[in-house]
Design a protein around this ligand. Structure first.
Ligand code: T4K
Length: 375
């Protein structure tokens, strides 16, 4: 048992001294929220870094998801994945939309475009996919289904900061994409999020929505919300952009080290690589096949916890098992066999830039020595 636990993640913090300099500027300007200068600078630099044209930053990813649906006026039913963080489906609920769960494909654990088509009814207005662990959904196939049935496409891209496919930002697909900058993410602003859109008009609309719906001092255009990012978060974000490439490089190191050390362990599977994808290495998920590994995922999870390694079962239980959603017809287990199985086998190992090679060896040894057939 270790003296200090190894958590599934630790936030990447920018140098404190530099951050204090930024804070001093905010203190001098006495402009601490409501589209201040750091907010404006952050949006500009973020758009450049991500390779997108229009971005609106938010106080967190969940409010950004809720606002994205509102911005597109989505109603009725939306087809989505049960294999995600619960905020994905909650954002539908908060808009009075009925979630319709479709199963995932086993390779990347993202929503299966074939299952989307089967779930379409006369009430369907949109598809909400999630780039789980930053692995892109099959965006081309999803767009094809959407075009055929005249549906909007929203991507929950909470895990997909900086992810590119064939050199193109994954955030440029679909009608809107939503990021999270929560403390646990590859890129964080403590709490935070953003919506990526494709026109100046839409950005203007989203900017108004996150500011109570005000168009100007005396005109409220629509019922908006307060989801603005404050200046302290935005300044922190501007600073983080200077360091994020380093964070990603270290996460890549951790990923490669895990792969090398765990390669060939019976019953442990990695997610497939996508050759054409530039990753953000947000998570390091493995699948534990109990028949081959000789132990259930939950057993190895508990054993590792006892040894001070706090892995997480993202995403278990499935969203479709949670109280608000379990009675929906689409939540029936027999309709979601792949998601049900994956959710029983998935285990996310610790990943963050400061994770040392010794710690990685400690973690992988726990997995290897508990495997069936090892001494
Ligand atoms: N869509 C998707 C697909 C998402 O994954 C998320 C968020 C969202 C939407 C919503 O975006 P936000 O509204 O959050 O911006 C965490 C995060 O709270 C959540 O942001 C994230 N997904 C989800 C996957 O994970 P928990 O309940 O697992 O977090 P927690 O507090 O247990 O933290 C995990 C580990 O991180 C801890 O064991 C220790 C470490 N940690 C955490 C914090 C907050 C630290 O070392 N320091 C810290 O300050 O949900």
């Amino acid at each position: 048992m270790r003296d200090t636990p190894i958590y599934v993640t630790r936030p990447s913090l920018p140098p404190l001294g530099e951050f204090i300099t930024y804070l001093e500027t905010i203190w001098e300007e006495k402009w601490i929220t409501n589209n201040g200068s750091f907010h404006q600078l952050f949006e500009k630099e973020l758009a450049q870094y991500l390779g997108v044209e229009y971005i609106s930053v938010f106080s967190n990813g969940t409010l950004a998801l809720i606002t994205a649906l509102r911005a597109l006026n989505i109603t009725g039913e939306v087809i989505t994945t049960p294999f995600s963080f619960v905020a994905t489906t909650h954002s539908l609920w908060w808009n009075g939309i009925t979630p319709v769960f479709a199963d995932i494909e086993p390779g990347y654990m993202n929503i299966d475009p074939k299952k989307i088509e089967e779930a379409i009814t006369s009430k369907t207005t949109a598809i909400m996919g999630v780039h789980v662990y930053g692995n892109p959904c099959d965006v081309e196939a999803i767009q094809k289904v959407a075009d055929k049935h005249n549906l909007k496409v929203i991507y929950d891209a909470a895990h997909a900061f900086g992810v590119k496919k064939n050199g193109e930002s994954i955030l440029n697909f679909g009608d809107l994409s939503v990021l999270s900058f929560h403390a646990t993410k590859t890129f964080n602003t403590i709490e935070g999020g953003a919506i990526v859109c494709h026109s100046a008009e839409m950005k203007h609309h989203i900017d108004n929505l996150k500011n109570f719906g005000f168009r100007n001092e005396i005109t409220v255009e629509e019922p908006g919300i307060n989801a603005k990012m404050n200046e302290v978060q935005a300044a922190y974000g501007v600073l983080q952009l200077k360091y994020v490439d380093g964070y990603i490089a270290e996460r890549k190191r951790v990923t490669e080290s895990y792969r090398t050390k765990l390669e060939g362990t019976a019953g442990i599977k990695f997610l497939y690589d996508m050759d054409e994808v530039t990753h953000a290495y947000s998570y390091f998920p493995i699948c534990v096949d109990p028949e081959v590994y000789g132990m259930q995922r939950d057993e190895i999870y508990e054993l590792m916890k006892l040894d001070g390694v706090k892995t997480r079962r993202y995403f278990y239980p499935l969203i479709s098992h949670f109280n608000p959603y379990c009675d929906l017809p689409s939540a029936a287990k027999e309709l979601l066999p792949v998601a049900e199985k994956v959710s029983e086998q998935i285990l996310c190992l610790p990943i963050y830039p400061e994770l040392t090679e010794d710690e990685i060896t400690y973690i992988t040894n726990l997995i290897i020595t508990n495997a069936k057939g090892s001494k």
